[in-house]
Design a protein around this ligand. Structure first.
Ligand code: SF4
Ligand code: SF4
Length: 126
């Protein structure tokens, strides 16, 4: 049943665009450790500061960590917003958020209802 509501198509669309998700300090530290880099080196090579936000850089229209194999090269330590996409908790507060996410992600069944997706989001959060 749940597989009918959402199944990732591995299309890579969510890793493309001219910006990425914001990172917490803890996430920065985790990625730096995973790559064996200092925070300063990680920032210089892979991250960008936008005001108070720290994001991953983009290259050729996709996140710098998006691999040629179509997979995330930092999968074990990827940020919260990536781990929870597209079943992101913001869906629970706002049906409009669900409509926006659904429009961007081909993994959702066309028949999926808002209530079904909310139930799945809650289950994923457990
Ligand atoms: S956009 Fe949706 S279907 Fe495509 S890779 Fe991302 S989560 Fe999977
Ligand atoms: S960290 Fe990984 S999952 Fe997140 S946008 Fe970059 S390549 Fe995609």
């Amino acid at each position: 049943m749940e597989r009918e509501i959402f199944q990732c198509r591995c299309c890579g669309h969510c890793c493309h665009g001219e910006s990425t998700v914001s990172l917490t300090q803890e996430e920065v530290e985790r990625i730096a450790s995973h790559l064996g880099l200092s925070e300063a080196a990680l920032l210089e090579q892979y991250l960008v500061r936008k005001g108070k936000r720290t994001e991953m850089k983009t290259v050729d229209g996709h996140c710098i960590f998006y691999g040629e194999d179509g997979l995330c090269s930092i999968h074990p330590v990827k940020p919260f917003h990536c781990r929870r996409w597209p079943l992101h908790p913001s869906i629970l507060d706002d049906e409009g958020a669900w409509e926006a996410i659904r429009a961007d992600c081909p993994g959702f069944s066309k028949q999926a209802t808002y209530q079904e997706v909310c139930a799945l989001v809650k289950k994923e959060a457990q």
